[in-house]
Design a protein. Structure first.
Ligand SMILES: *Cc1c(COP(=O)(O)O)cnc(C)c1O
Length: 536
């Protein structure tokens, strides 16, 4: 039942013949393109199964022996996979950076798969290569605003790259630091460069004991992966406490000077434009000065916040980003492109040559093959989605989207502040904020005490965890949680709800419902009931 006869004739049909209109897969396809939101609300989270229940339907460990009819398999996917997926499209799913997408990406995704271009080389991508280079140029101009002749010289130059497109912010950060590392230990008359001779030889040649990067505690974990991968070691990701949520330029400079005085080399200062946890932006201009003084690379991780540059109202928050040697951006975050769309941009179009690679059958010397300077090999034409979005929204469209997200976060912050039983923990700079439940009497008590009541904070931490889990499991809405040191609680980190207001379709009513649900869930817990009995 459901299995097909194994024959080449049948397999050729699988390659070439579309499904008949009344097959299950064709129905799914139709429903998706008719009304995505309706498809998702009908098929996603139809069951509230625990992960261990779900794992039982993925317990088979041998490769299926015989072919299964496509339609039969499609039914299986709906039942086992889609039904137990997460509805990131939902306006009440405000816990992460993954949200609803504009509808045009669905047919474009089909076009992308249909064309199946490989951007590693011109021979398998042709027009996609100039398109990707142009799109990177547009993003470069957004950040660096160079004159027209700069872009005329470099946009399609075989010997330069304005950036590298990749699957996401992680690869973008790794690429940026890879370039920085190779630039920090270039070839001399006695040394062929770190890319050729390796890290140990490079450190010996340049007389460095260690090489490390400096960022705030809010630095993304991909930076730590990068220093590991580049051979520097995870301990060489030096993070600085930031109860104000922003990296202090003074502290960064002091740490950098001390590190270098001990015979080490600071590879890069990393400023964050939109931290993953709270959405804060480091003082980029001041950090550019620090990097200059230390004589090191300056990288800005703007994976989340980079899109703020589209907004004339808010772009000054990122002042100084144009002084960065490299900038990471994720189009699959606030540019509403499907996942798999990250990029790193280089101020200096020569920088990518620090990692250039040649091979005999592709990436030949003088070719315009993008694979010569990207970390990844085979890559799809995701750049088309970014290119299309830039045209379909335009700068003005993105500006509106960015402005409304920030405005909504400010409204939500006011809703939290005006509710007696909530405490706003970090206010929004961009569209992220953190808060927690805290009964009015406890808030009054904590404010009147001279020292921080750690026991009370521990109870509140437990409460946040319980409510966050219950809300997630109820499946109607979702906020995430994290632990933070803040100005009010600088010593001991506290647990907070974390909200990302990325989905343009989220309304104030959705936000009110989320707070109401949290109050209701808290009311049923012992911790809440006990806390409410505390004298204020
Ligand atoms: C999301 C994010 C990353 C990682 O990007 P991926 O696309 O998940 O690899 C890095 N840095 C920051 C600040 C981010 O927000």
């Amino acid at each position: 039942m459901g299995t097909a006869e194994v024959s080449l004739e049948y397999l050729f049909k699988v390659f070439t013949l579309p499904e008949s209109k009344d097959s299950k897969l064709a129905q799914i396809e139709q429903h998706l393109s008719d009304n995505l939101a309706d498809f998702l609300s009908q098929h996603v989270v139809t069951k509230v199964n625990s992960l261990s229940q779900i794992e039982k339907s993925f317990a088979e460990y041998s490769v299926p022996e015989s072919p299964e009819f496509v339609s039969k398999h499609a039914e299986d996917l709906l039942d086992k996979l889609v039904a137990n997926s997460v509805n990131t499209y939902s306006p009440s799913f405000i816990g992460h950076m993954t949200s609803a997408l504009p509808y045009f990406h669905l047919p474009l995704a089909k076009l992308l798969v249909g064309l199946n271009q490989n951007l590693v080389k011109i021979e398998t991508s042709k027009a996609f290569t100039p398109l990707e280079r142009q799109m990177l140029g547009m993003m470069h101009e957004l950040v660096y605003k160079q004159p027209a002749d700069f872009y005329q010289s470099y946009l399609h130059s075989a010997n330069h790259a304005l950036g590298a497109f990749c699957s996401g912010g992680t690869i973008a950060n790794i690429t940026a630091l890879w370039v920085a590392r190779n630039k920090a230990m270039p070839a001399t008359t006695q040394f062929r460069g770190v890319a050729q001779e390796g890290l140990a030889a490079g450190m010996l040649h340049y007389g460095y004991k260690k090489m490390g990067i400096i960022s705030s505690k809010r630095g993304h974990y991909s930076l730590s992966k990068a220093v590991d991968l580049l051979g520097l070691g995870r301990q060489q990701m030096m993070t600085i406490d930031c109860p104000s949520q922003r990296l202090s330029a003074e502290k960064a400079l002091a740490l950098g000077k001390q590190f270098q005085a001990e015979g080490n080399k600071v590879l890069s200062i990393v400023g964050i434009a939109g931290t993953t946890e709270t959405g804060h932006i480091d003082p980029l201009d001041e950090l550019a000065d620090v990097a200059e003084e230390l004589g090191c690379h300056f990288h800005v991780d703007a994976a989340w916040g980079g899109a703020t540059l589209f907004s004339k109202e808010h772009n000054r928050l990122l002042k100084g980003i144009e002084r960065a040697d490299s900038v990471t951006m994720d189009a699959h975050k606030q540019m509403y492109v499907p996942m798999g769309a990250g990029m790193v941009l280089f101020k200096n179009p020569n920088d990518s040559n620090a990692v250039r690679h040649h091979a005999q059958y592709i990436l030949r010397e003088g070719s315009k093959d993008l694979g010569a300077t990207t970390l990844e090999g085979s890559r799809n034409g995701m750049a088309m989605m970014v290119y299309a979005s830039l045209h379909i929204f335009g700068r003005q469209g993105y500006e509106l989207l960015i402005n409304q997200s920030i405005e909504k976060a400010k409204i939500f912050a006011r809703m939290i502040q005006s509710h007696p039983d909530f405490e706003l923990v970090t206010s929004p700079t961009l569209s992220l904020l953190t808060y927690r439940l805290n009964p009015q009497n406890v808030q009054t008590k904590m404010k009147s005490q001279a020292t921080i009541d750690e026991a009370l904070n521990k109870k509140l931490d437990d409460l946040t965890v319980i409510v966050q889990k219950q809300q997630r499991e109820a499946g109607k809405s979702f906020v995430s949680r994290t632990r933070l040191q803040t100005k009010t609680y600088p010593e001991q980190a506290i647990t907070v709800f974390r909200v990302v207001l990325a989905n343009p379709l989220t309304t104030e009513t959705d936000l009110q419902n989320i707070l109401d649900e949290q109050i209701a869930l808290a009311g049923n817990t012992h911790i809440w009931q006990k806390l409410c009995q505390q004298p204020s």
